[in-house]
Structures are given as C-alpha cells and as structure tokens.
Design a protein around this ligand. Structure first.
Ligand code: HEC
Ligand code: HEC
Length: 400
C-alpha cells in the first residue's frame, strides 16, 4: 500500500510539473521556465503569494451580527479550503471558451459583484438578457432560488449555468461550441487545479459537482455588515426604534421603508409608509419568497418580461457614498434611486399579469403620493445600507 500511494503521488506531481512548465512559459516568458524546477505543491497555486494553502484566508469564521437570522442554506458550513478554490474558479477566465470572461468580469468586487452595463458582455460579443446581479449576503435571506426569475432551484445549481450559457462563458455544446465536458477536461489539465482539487478533495478529479460546491462556498462567504445601518441597528433593540447615529431624514426614511401604506378604495395612499419592508424586509433586506413582479416589466431588446420576482438584497445597492453599483432592476432601469422611488410611487399595470397584489390595493395600481421630502428620506435611508469592507477585502479579490 505505501508503495502505491507513493507512486500515485509521484504521478500527480509529474503531471503537475509538466503543466507548470507550460504555464510558466505562457504566463511569464522572462523567467525562462526556471520556476518549474521547484517542488510540488509550492509551484502552481501560490498565485504570486496571493494564496497560501498553509494559511488560508478566513471565510468560515466571519462575524455575523446577532440580529441577522434569515438563512437560505441552513446547516451549510463554509470551508476555507473550498472557498479558496471557489475564489480561483470565480476569477479564472479559463472557464470561458476563449479565455476572455470570468465570473468576476460581470460580478466585480468594486461594484458589489455586479457591473455597470444594462446587459453584460460575454464571450464573442455575446450579451446577457438581463442586468448582472449583486452577490452580497446571498445566504442571508429566505428565498433559496436564484436569478431574477428564480429559475435556479439553489445556488449550487445556479453556479455552472453561466459557464454553459452560450452568450456568457460559452460551453453550450451548441452551434459548434464545446460542451461543459470540454471545460472539465480543460481544467483537469491545468496544474493549479490538479493541486487545488487535490488539496480540497484529496484527489485531483475535477467534476461539475465540485465546481458548484467550491463556487457556492466562495459566494456564500461574501458578506457585508459594516454599513451605517448596521452601526445603528446594533445600538437598538429593533428596527422601529430611531437609530442614534442616523440623521432625522434617515430615520424618517427608515420609518417610511418599514411601515405599510394605508390606501383608500382607489389605491391612493392616505396614511402610513411606502411598504418596502413587505418585500425587502430588514435587517437582511432580502426578497420575500412570495414576492411577485414589482411592475418593472421591460425587456432588454424589446418586449415584456413579467417573470422577474427576485431582487438581490438591497444592501449595497448603492455604496456608502451614494454612488450606484451599476443600474438598478433587471433591465438596468437607472442608476438614480429617485427613479426607483418614482416607480413605486405610481405603479403602471399595463401588460402585466404577474403584478404583486400588494402593489394593486383593492385591484387599483398603487399611488403612494410621496412628497418630495418623503422621497428624499427614502433615498437617504437606502444609502445607509452601503458597506465598506466587502469592496476591497483581499479574500474576495482576484488571485490572478
Ligand atoms: C456575461 C456576464 C456574466 C458572467 C460571466 C457570469 N454572470 Fe452571474 N449573472 C449575470 C447576469 C446577467 C445575471 C442575472 C441573469 C438572470 O437572472 O437572468 C447573473 C446572476 C447570477 C447569480 C444569481 C444571483 C441572485 O441573487 O439570484 C449568481 C449567484 C451568479 N450570477 C453567479 C455567477 C457565477 C458563479 C459565475 C461564473 C461561473 C457567473 N455568475 C458568471 C451575469 C454574468
Ligand atoms: C411587492 C414586492 C415589492 C415591494 C412592495 C417593493 N419591492 Fe422593490 N423589488 C421587488 C422586486 C421583485 C424587484 C426586482 C424587480 C426587477 O428587477 O424587475 C425589486 C427591485 C428593487 C430595487 C432594485 C434592486 C436591484 O438590485 O437592482 C430597489 C432599489 C427596490 N426594489 C427598492 C424598493 C423600495 C424603495 C420599495 C418601497 C418604496 C420597494 N422596493 C418595494 C419587489 C418589491
């Protein structure tokens, strides 16, 4: 037995060395391949010191505030090793057919893991059908399904869809493009994946399940809880209390966000708040799983898209300084929060057979009749949801 293990190890090491030298030549011709003579496993997967397998980044032991209770992946325990592999996969352009696009191309850390385009750019000038989604606090919510239209049953199922998408990363197996199985072989041949998969799983086998698992560990580790909102929320027993660190306008906006509107029989608000809490409930600001369409039914390229019933958490929809992390809603409606408030202020039902009943009180499209001051207060409050650390922390940055 010991002999067999030694043989296996040597075989993997030899494979890794061959690939390493190819990699070294391709990546940095000036080193004339000298690094390939170093011993496995220190050669391939250090990523110029950005990853240290002997001292992994802390994904598993991050602090989550006591007031955060929603969790769409109960029992899931983040592993530092799997999240580290997920980080490499997330930023690796080799996951696309022409090595031009990674997950991180459309989900940029500096933009709360979204991008500034209405429709993102994929391989060979492909364009996505909807705007990219932020990946902040994805596990802290009640809704377990993913994508704007919730077509992925869970995060694991979601993660390999973009790789197989013809317009995004291209391993579609259609119109002459390679299938997902080609990606498996491609990754299997890369030295750093031989090393990393072996490090995480005990053997170097690359599989769709392992890719999904590693990406899910990385994505579920992305959390943001250092906003002005959090600083206030941690000082009071519940959301309804005025936050001592908030301005009067921010506290007013918070109340408008939290309180349901009171409507007359014509759908016109006569008292109460703006009712945002009904679908984006604090303190996670995740989407209500029962939410239906919110009345934004446009479609990039024309037509109607009434299937959208999910939103990313409203945390970090804008940064702490108020600048947008890309345009809002599935069509990239606008990067001005005031446009969003104006949308909810006066709902249009035309062409929509999936509008949430909450936006149609008594069968009439809601008219919030918010004053200019109330609109400003809502915008001021939503700005308090922007964090800081998540935009720059190295553990979520590209290792390449
Ligand atoms: C070409 C741009 C592009 C690339 C590349 C891309 N995404 Fe996305 N991503 C999007 C768009 C656009 C959506 C929304 C699509 C929809 O709902 O129809 C999205 C949605 C998601 C969601 C759903 C978030 C939610 O809250 O429901 C996750 C998770 C995600 N992407 C992860 C990934 C991962 C992992 C990769 C790499 C394997 C990746 N993405 C590659 C553009 C991209
Ligand atoms: C009936 C449920 C519902 C209510 C009530 C509601 N929303 Fe939404 N919200 C949604 C859905 C669904 C989406 C995703 C819609 C889309 O992209 O087409 C969304 C999207 C958003 C977005 C864009 C998020 C992003 O990632 O681009 C913002 C901002 C927002 N809502 C703010 C508010 C505010 C402020 C209020 C209160 C005035 C509110 N919402 C009330 C369901 C609701």
């Amino acid at each position: 037995m010991p002999f067999m293990i030694a043989t296996t190890t040597r075989f993997v090491a030899a494979g890794a060395l061959i690939c390493c030298s190819l990699l070294a030549c391709k990546k940095d011709a000036t080193t004339s391949g000298s690094s390939s003579t170093e011993t496995y496993p220190s050669v391939a997967a250090t990523f110029a010191g950005r990853i240290n397998l002997a001292n992994l980044d802390n994904y598993a032991g991050q602090t989550v505030p006591a007031y955060i209770s929603k969790n769409n992946a109960p029992g899931f325990a983040i592993s530092n090793a799997k999240a580290t592999l997920g980080r490499v996969l997330f930023y690796d352009k080799q996951l696309s057919i022409d090595n031009s696009i990674s997950c991180g191309s459309c989900h940029q850390q500096s933009l709360a893991f979204s991008d500034t385009f209405m429709a993102s750019k994929g391989v060979e000038n492909g364009r996505t059908a909807r705007h990219s989604m932020r990946l902040i606090n994805v596990r802290f919510g009640n809704e377990a399904k993913f994508f704007w239209d919730e077509r992925a049953a869970n995060l694991e199922a979601q993660t390999t869809q973009p790789i197989k998408d013809h317009a995004e990363m291209g391993f579609s197996g259609s119109s002459g493009r390679p299938a997902f199985s080609s990606l498996i072989s491609k990754l299997q041949a890369l030295a750093y994946y031989q090393e990393l998969f072996k490090f995480v799983y005990g053997d170097a086998t690359v599989s769709e399940m392992r890719i999904q698992e590693a990406l899910s560990h990385f994505i579920r580790s992305i959390q943001s809880f250092d906003s002005k909102y959090d600083a206030g929320r941690s000082q009071v027993p519940n959301d309804a209390q005025p936050f001592p660190n908030f301005t009067a306008l921010e506290n007013q906006g918070k109340q408008l966000f939290l309180q349901p509107p009171v409507f007359n029989p014509n759908g016109v608000r006569t008292a109460g708040g703006a009712g945002c809490q009904g679908c984006h409930a604090a303190p996670e600001f995740d989407i209500d799983p029962n939410s239906r369409n919110n009345g934004v039914i446009g479609k990039i390229g024309g037509g109607n898209d009434v299937a959208v019933t999910r939103s990313p958490s409203l945390r970090d929809v804008v940064k702490a300084d108020g600048t947008a992390n890309g345009p809002f809603m599935h069509i990239g409606l606008s990067n001005q929060l005031m446009t969003v408030i104006d949308h909810y202020n006066s709902i249009n039902t035309a062409g929509n057979n999936n509008l949430d009943p909450r936006l149609m009180p008594g069968g009439q499209p809601q008219q919030l009749q918010l004053t200019a001051n109330e609109k400003n207060a809502l915008v001021a409050f939503i700005r308090t949801l922007g964090g800081n650390d998540v935009y720059t922390n190295a553990r979520w940055s590209s290792p390449f």
